[in-house]
Design a protein around this ligand. Sequence first.
Ligand code: SF4
Length: 276
Amino acid sequence: MARSKALRQATETYACLRKAHPDAHCELDHESVFQLLVATVMSAQTTDVNVNKATPALFERWPAPKHLASASRDDVESTISSIGMFRQKAKNIVRLSQLLMAGHGGSVPETLEELVALPGVGRKTANVVLGVAWNKPEGVVVDTHVQRIGQRLGWTKNTTPEKIEVDLAGTFPREDWAMVSHTLIFHGRRVCTARKPACAACTVSEACPSAFKAENVGRKPPKPGRTSDANAPSKKAASKKSAAKSKKAVAKSKKAVAKKPSPKRMRAKKASGSSS
Ligand code: SF4
């Protein structure tokens, strides 16, 4: 497909998705840019829901960098201990607060370079802050939903977040970058889920090259000679089956050994047979 046609289709599909999810937004609760930054650092490897459960207590006690910069790390750890990797995250958010106080006058910087220099802040976190707080993202935030749906919609053939980000940033204008990400995340949670995409209810099914076959998108094709049947047993199921089979075989052979008369008994039998 010619690139201009592909871009036009992607734009139309995105417009439909925007209409379907007009409420798409960053779901991390925050009342300031600093709180958004901290919540985003805390969201690594965990869900927004879990972060939102932990941050009210954190922000009530330490609402701004000047408070968190002088907090005891043990106290912060115990306050956010409900989320994964809480020790590392407590260390990062205390340290980044200290750096904001020391080098930025207590404000959150507005450039990618300055943001990624803070502990616990990678490109993805920095782009969340730049897009949501400052409306000037330097890229598209690619999480698992954005990756999956970008692939299913045919907007990218790549499989790494870095390359997918480049594809999406080349498809949409900069002013849409933050919202593209929020919209795909909402679509991924509500309709185009990883396991069971609801293609029949999807507003873009006519334009989607993966409609009703999305389970195959993003997977490696089967090796020649192997079945691609979706009902075929998975590797795990097959290995379980073979383990059960060999267990049965061992039990059978044990039974057979148990049944076999001992050499002593055989000799006794033979002797009694010859004397009769
Ligand atoms: S048609 Fe199906 S695979 Fe395509 S975006 Fe919609 S739910 Fe996802």
